[in-house]
Design a protein around this ligand. Structure first.
Ligand SMILES: [Cu+2]
Length: 267
């Protein structure tokens, strides 16, 4: 009897040991996701929702490292809800995952998704401890996740550098994507107007003359049609014009840092 009990105890110790190791992996993945959310928050001028998500993830990450059997699983589930809920329910996350042209938010969002999957799988299995030793899939799964993320970041980087930042000229219409105008330069002739179409992704924009570089100060726009804090959302189309005076008019969205464009009016 004694040897059987001793064996059972050793097996239980072994399960606790690898359970904690996987919990530590989950905790690290959640901390990485929290860091990425902090980066997104910084890009959005510390948007309250993103700061709150960062805080929730820090708590979940700490929880995953607690040596109490259900803790890593709970931490992993919270992290998965936050990290994977975005791409499924937030048009903003989906947009960034499919637009590596805006590389920083793309890289942060892609890392969040992979970290969320890793946290879920490792956290839940750390709590389940259903095998005697560390599950055999652990190493291949972690390498595959790392490889997938590295591949996505590399391909995205390639798209970013080749698609480049060169503005597309010649358009008289621009689209309002979540954080950018597409294209960023609109060329028209004097007397015509500019059409701005919201992408209907649930992200509102507030448009005015000015640019982020100039701290939002309004440049001289004498002769330009008025545009002062005009809100556009839900697929609305806004026509600004006509522009009667030739010139270059900088325009920006006052709630999305870096979102700016110019209207070039030729004779
Ligand atoms: Cu905007």
């Amino acid at each position: 009897m004694e040897t059987i009990d001793g064996g059972a105890q050793a097996a239980a110790r072994e399960r606790r040991r690898w359970g904690r190791a996987l919990g530590a992996v989950a905790s690290g993945a959640i901390a990485l996701a929290a860091l990425c959310f902090l980066g997104l928050a910084a890009l959005a001028e510390f948007d309250v929702a993103l700061v709150v998500i960062t805080a929730v993830l820090l708590v979940a990450g700490a929880l995953a490292a607690v040596p109490w059997r259900p803790a890593p699983g709970i931490g992993g589930l919270i992290a998965a809800g936050v990290c994977l809920g975005g791409p499924f329910f937030q048009p903003f996350s989906r947009y960034h995952l499919t637009h590596p042209q805006e590389y920083t938010p793309f890289a942060l969002t892609a890392t969040i998704v992979v970290a969320g999957v890793v946290a879920l799988v490792t956290g839940v299995s750390a709590s389940a401890r259903s095998t005697r030793g560390m599950p055999g899939w652990t190493a291949p799964f972690l390498s595959a996740s790392g490889g997938l993320l590295a591949g996505a970041l590399l391909i995205g980087w390639g798209v970013w550098t080749t698609a480049g930042t060169a503005p597309v000229g010649g358009a008289t219409t621009t689209t309002l994507a979540p954080t950018v105008f597409e294209p960023t330069v609109v060329q028209i002739t004097a007397g015509s107007s500019v059409t701005m179409r919201d992408q209907a992704d649930g992200v509102p924009h507030v448009l005015a003359y000015g640019s982020w570089d100039e701290g939002g100060s309004v440049p001289s726009t004498t002769g330009a049609p008025p545009l002062e804090d005009v809100e556009v959302e839900d697929g609305q189309t806004l026509t600004v014009g006509p522009y009667d005076q030739p010139g270059t008019y900088p325009l920006f969205c006052s709630i999305h840092p870096g979102m700016e464009m110019t209207v070039e009016v030729a004779r």
